[in-house]
Design a protein around this ligand. Sequence first.
Ligand code: CP
Ligand code: NVA
Length: 304
Amino acid sequence: MRHLLVVEDLTPQEIEGVFAISQDLETKYTAGVRDALFPGRVLALVFEKQSLRTRVSFQTAMVHLGGSGLFLGEDTGFASSRESIDDFSRVLSEYVDCIACRSKSHATLKQLAASSSVPVINALSDFSHPCQALADLYTLRRHIGRLEGLTFTFVGDGNNVARSLAIACALLGMRFILAAPRQYQFDESFKKRVASLAPDAFIEQTEDPIAAVQDAVAVYTDVWASMGQEKERETRQTAFQPYQINSKLMAHCPNAIFMHCLPARRGEEVTDEVIDGPQSVVVTQAANRMHVQKGLLAWLLGHR
Ligand code: CP
Ligand code: NVA
């Protein structure tokens, strides 16, 4: 049994395997065919934070595959004083075939997985967002046709989404550049982690967004203050202002696509003209969350 808590829980070959299933299921879905691979199977969605894309794409994916998704919000008492995470996990995994969890803390998610007898998928934690990164590189490859050797530039906070993208790029042979104020760049332990996973990985950090986007095939951003960082919002707005993705910055990379995990704070990290402009693929990205999560569910539940 396997879990997906971070992107590197999959090898590059396994990511390719997930992408191949995703592509097959996407093609069938587009042709109106819904492959009922998992009749009667249930995916539990344990969410401690808000979500539109992740929650709905997982639930619909499971229904399309012939199973069902069961949303479990705060009233189930997850990660509260009601019962231990171990008891919660041991019991829940008696009822369901897979668990997707959006957790405030990555440590909680690890504990949930450690006690679960079914696969656990990270549906976003404070540390990583692997489902997002997988869907994003799937989107990029569908758009460009290849990934290896190309430059992926993230302009913004070196947080959960950026970390997962950096690892996914390292595993699939892309160059990754993060443009951010120094205090919001990746820390040493994360850089060491990437180096140990992919010794040849190219990861660069800079405080110069213009230099960062020059060679990019994709320019990506995320909110400046993530869920749980609301108190830092003002400080971050000031620090990240020079990193806004606007048409002036995108003019330095006219052939790049613009990507965002969404939800976006329009007028902060990205302007309307960019997110609604011809370089933007944000809606395709969101749509691909469902296709790639179908591939992931199928892979984890044994359809390989
Ligand atoms: N991108 C993403 O995970 O969106 P949600 O927070 O709406 O799930
Ligand atoms: N970094 C953001 C991503 C939301 C999908 C957050 O954690 O809130």
